[in-house]
Design a binder for this molecule. Structure first.
Ligand code: URA
Length: 233
């Protein structure tokens, strides 16, 4: 069985004879997978938190699930004004089932503190992918494509006033285009009508502390944007 067939099997779409007798022409394997993934992630449904959490927990749509201990859904105030989005769980997060609990998480907590925020209080923290990539590698395009609808649904439910993308993976996944982080940070973007600020990933800042000044500028832009929104509401 090739990988395509294995994925289809995982989604209960293989072998194709199960679909015989359908009134519509059979979709191609790729179309079938896209439809199934869309349905699995609930992109087209209007369900709430409990079902979304259950779907993430039960998701086996990409190869990441087989290599991690558990899915890491996201954490915080489900009606938060601030949404911080990272890349994907690391070893500590995989162990604990919560995003940003390792060294990078400590720095993120400090970054929140300097702008008067606290994890869980008007703040929600999530990731682009919900399963730990092996060896903390960057998630691959197909893994991001499978998982992104879950985050999109989280965003619909939270309705944050502002999103902060932490690092290039989060930034490019949310923007839907590839670009260097240095060219994306320092200005305001838009995610479906929600202001999006892009900054360095805390793990990168741990390796390159000289860049903290730029991250600070980005956080100031985020605060200013929030304040402007508050005064115009
Ligand atoms: N890095 C991330 O991008 N997300 C986490 O949850 C932890 C580390």
């Amino acid at each position: 069985m090739n990988r395509e067939e294995a994925v289809l099997k995982e989604l209960n779409l293989y072998p194709e004879w199960v679909q015989r007798g359908r009134p519509d022409p059979l979709p191609s394997p790729v179309e079938a997978r896209e439809r199934a993934v869309e349905d699995q992630a609930g992109q087209s449904s209007e369900f709430g938190w409990p079902e979304l959490k259950a779907r993430v927990r039960g998701c086996t749509a990409c190869k990441l699930r087989a290599g991690c201990k558990q899915t890491v859904f996201g954490v915080g105030d489900e009606k938060a004004g601030w949404l911080f989005v990272g890349e994907g769980p690391g070893a500590d997060e995989d162990e604990r089932g919560e995003p940003f609990v390792g060294q990078a998480g400590k720095l993120l907590d400090n970054m929140l503190a300097v702008i008067g925020l606290k994890r869980g209080k008007d703040v929600y923290i999530g990731n682009i992918v919900k399963c730990r990539p092996p060896g903390n590698r960057v998630p691959e395009a197909d893994e991001i494509a499978q998982c992104l609808p879950f985050l999109q649904r989280q965003i619909k439910l939270i309705q944050p006033k502002l999103i902060v993308a932490l690092g290039k993976t989060a930034a490019t996944a949310l923007l839907g285009k590839d670009a260097a982080l240095a060219s994306l940070r320092g200005k305001l973007h838009d995610f479906g009508g929600i202001p999006l600020v892009i900054t360095y990933h805390p793990a990168y800042l741990l390796r390159a502390p000289m860049e903290k000044a730029k991250a600070w500028q980005d956080l100031c832009l985020a605060v200013e944007t929030m304040n402007n929104r508050a005064s115009s509401d």
